[in-house]
Design a protein around this ligand. Structure first.
Ligand SMILES: *[C@@H]1O[C@H](CO)[C@@H](O)[C@H](O)[C@H]1NC(C)=O
Ligand SMILES: *[C@@H]1O[C@H](CO)[C@@H](O)[C@H](O)[C@H]1NC(C)=O
Ligand SMILES: *[C@@H]1O[C@H](CO)[C@@H](O)[C@H](O)[C@H]1NC(C)=O
Ligand SMILES: *[C@@H]1O[C@H](CO)[C@@H](O)[C@H](O)[C@H]1NC(C)=O
Ligand SMILES: [Cu+2]
Length: 593
């Protein structure tokens, strides 16, 4: 096929605002055929239902007197499964006014997207079987769109969100009602902008689908309450400016380092840490905190809503140790409880940003931060005692055993991905998948015949019949890429971190067995976002049965924004795509309004 090119890039010192990292990046770009499907991630989830939630008034009564901080610095997002698990499924209507406003989530002012004046946006809670009907009014001075991360959107490809693939952006003063069928799904999801890099300016929120099963999850897993944590890195600069810094020749492909981290839209920043190179309007705010009754057991739903970095999440005196890094867009649910001996003592929540992307940190950033978790003196007894400490590493997690081993794929695809700064692109770094870096065309692909798709559109077709697809994602870079496949939960049948050489896997040359060992076809984890390790690969399988054009992209915002994105066309017509279908026509309509 195509030749092999080698590029060398030496990391430079960047403006001091950024991580200064000397990265010796050897980019070997192998062009190969490639194709298709899917990916992404995500992980476990449970479901729930809560029987022992303390009424709010009672919680207030037990406020510890130490907590003189205003309630606005409370980072507790308590969920309400009891409002959903025993009601009938139906249409859940929301009306959202989207604006931008200058707020200071960590004391530093930033122009942030607000949904009905809130940041993060309102948490959507629903149950399996519901349909969400979300009427979006765009009062911001930018065009926007929203994506419902992790939902299957069966029969609703045109509501999936990615501008340039399934829709035109919603114009200023424009309006769009997203109809989002939840189907039989349940779990921890989120929603976020899928236009430009607006996710980095706060256009996101939580989306939790409670599971109304006959055997309630709160009994099966013995928890009393549910908490949502939307955690992520945070940049003080507008996301478009951060992307422009990344996509300049002087970055040599080194990602700008975040300035801070937020939990549920709140953070803490020491104003004296701000650097001259990156002045900010900063005022002191109290550290956010939360208070819990430590006699309860909590189901924690944790989402990485950040732009670049993975993190770990620890509550040191609890029975649970989350022992892994959660990458952007990944979610994990787990149970937190405490041994009887510590239920009266205050503790902390510790977030540690992974240093994969910053060998030399941004001087303004405190990568490990802890937040007070105060013990509420409640009178409720825990439903049980737990003394064992559970450790979880996402890389080792297996799924439930499958009834039968995964079927062999009907279609096999392989891609290579890398950030590259090529001379013919003026040394501006781009996120490549095979030969292509993605850019949107004027109109979304679903509304266009394939013959007028341009060369930035890498969109293999899985065929006219449902079939099992196997996709190998080879990562040429020295850092990982968390890939998300829209619409599908895929089985991760292998994951391998390379040693820095030619450790890739090519399914088309079966004489070389995969270096990462045999595939797990018995109990692979099932998710919608998967971390593709440095110099390594993952292989995923999914059943391509839901028609539409479904994006596959790195969830690092700067990689996605610089082109590390493609899609799969599932079903539809080989030449016309979906241009003649309801999906295509409805996308076309939106573009004309
Ligand atoms: C959205 O804005 C419109 C027009 O300003 C207003 O009438 C409506 O009450 C707002 N809705 C919400 C939920 O704030
Ligand atoms: C700080 O606020 C002032 C007044 O609103 C504004 O003119 C200036 O641009 C802001 N500076 C930064 C770095 O945001
Ligand atoms: C919990 O542990 C305490 C102390 O170890 C014990 O006395 C109590 O019976 C236990 N309760 C339950 C429900 O197991
Ligand atoms: C506590 O856990 C044990 C072991 O899992 C179980 O046998 C017992 O029924 C539980 N007790 C309560 C009160 O739920
Ligand atoms: Cu990436």
């Amino acid at each position: 096929m195509d030749g092999i090119r080698s590029l060398l890039g030496h990391g430079n010192e960047l403006a001091r605002h950024f991580c200064q990292r000397v990265r010796f990046r050897t980019l070997v770009f192998v062009l190969t055929l490639l194709f298709i499907p899917l990916t992404i991630l995500f992980i476990l989830y449970l479901q729930w239902h809560s029987a022992f939630e303390a009424p709010k008034a009672e919680m207030a009564e037990h406020f510890n007197p130490v907590m003189t901080l205003g309630p606005e610095r409370d980072l507790k997002f308590l969920l309400h499964p009891q409002d959903h698990v025993s009601r009938d499924p139906g249409i859940r209507h929301f009306s959202w006014n989207i604006t931008k406003g200058m707020i200071a989530p960590n004391g530093v002012q930033k122009d942030v997207f607000l949904i009905n004046n809130e940041f993060p946006g309102p948490t959507i809670e629903a149950r399996s079987g519901d349909t969400l009907e979300i009427e979006v009014f765009n009062f911001a001075e930018e065009e926007i769109s929203l994506h419902w991360h992790g939902l299957h959107m069966r029969g609703a490809n045109q509501m999936d969100g990615p501008v340039g693939i399934t829709q035109c952006a919603i114009k200023q003063w424009g309006r769009l009602t997203y109809q989002v069928p939840i189907g039989d799904q349940a779990g921890t999801f989120w929603y976020h902008a899928h236009s430009e890099v607006q996710r980095g300016d706060g256009l996101y929120g939580g989306l939790v689908v409670h599971n109304p099963t006959a055997s309630p999850e709160n009994i099966e897993y013995q928890y009393d309450n549910e908490l949502l944590f939307l955690v992520g890195d945070w940049y003080h600069w507008p996301a478009a400016r951060v992307l422009a810094t990344f996509m300049s020749p002087t970055s040599t492909g080194v990602e700008p380092c975040p300035d801070a981290l937020l939990i549920n839209g709140l953070g803490y920043f020491d104003c004296s840490m701000a650097t001259h190179g990156a002045p900010v309007n900063c005022s002191h705010v109290e550290k956010p905190w939360l208070m819990l009754n430590k006699k309860y057991r909590y189901r924690v739903r944790l989402v990485n809503v950040g732009s670049l970095t993975g993190f770990s999440f620890t509550i040191p005196d609890s029975n649970f140790v989350y022992h892994s890094i959660l990458y952007p867009a990944e979610r994990v649910d787990f149970i937190v409880s405490w041994p009887e001996s510590v239920t009266g003592a205050d503790t902390e929540v510790i977030i540690e940003l992974d240093d994969e992307f910053f060998l030399r940190p941004n001087f303004a950033l405190t990568p490990t931060q802890s937040f007070l978790l105060a013990a509420e003196s409640g009178k409720h007894q825990s439903t049980n005692n737990t003394t064992e400490v559970h450790r979880l590493s996402l890389r080792d997690v297996k799924g439930p055993p499958l009834a039968e081993p995964l079927p062999s794929p009907g279609k096999t695809f392989m891609i290579y991905t890398a950030i590259e700064a090529l001379t013919h692109l003026n040394n501006i770094p781009h996120g490549f998948i095979n030969h292509a870096f993605w850019e949107p065309q004027n109109l979304p692909l679903v509304s266009l015949d394939r013959e007028i798709w341009d060369s930035h559109q890498l969109v293999p077709w899985t065929g006219s019949e449902p079939t099992w697809v196997e996709l190998t994602i080879n990562n040429i870079d020295a850092n990982g890429h968390p890939f998300h496949l829209h619409r599908f939960d895929f089985h991760v049948i292998t994951s391998y971190e390379g040693k820095g050489g030619w450790d890739y896997y090519n399914p088309f040359t079966p004489t070389r067995p995969p270096r990462g060992g045999p595939f797990n076809l018995e109990n692979p984890i099932h998710k919608d976002t998967v971390y593709v390790p440095p110099w390594g690969y993952v292989v995923i399988r999914f059943l391509a049965d839901n028609e539409g054009i479904w994006a596959l992209h790195c969830h690092v915002l700067w990689h996605q924004g610089s082109g590390m994105s493609m899609a799969f066309q599932v079903l539809g017509h080989e030449q016309k795509g979906f241009s003649d279908s309801i999906v295509g026509l409805s996308a076309e309509n939106l573009c004309m309004t």
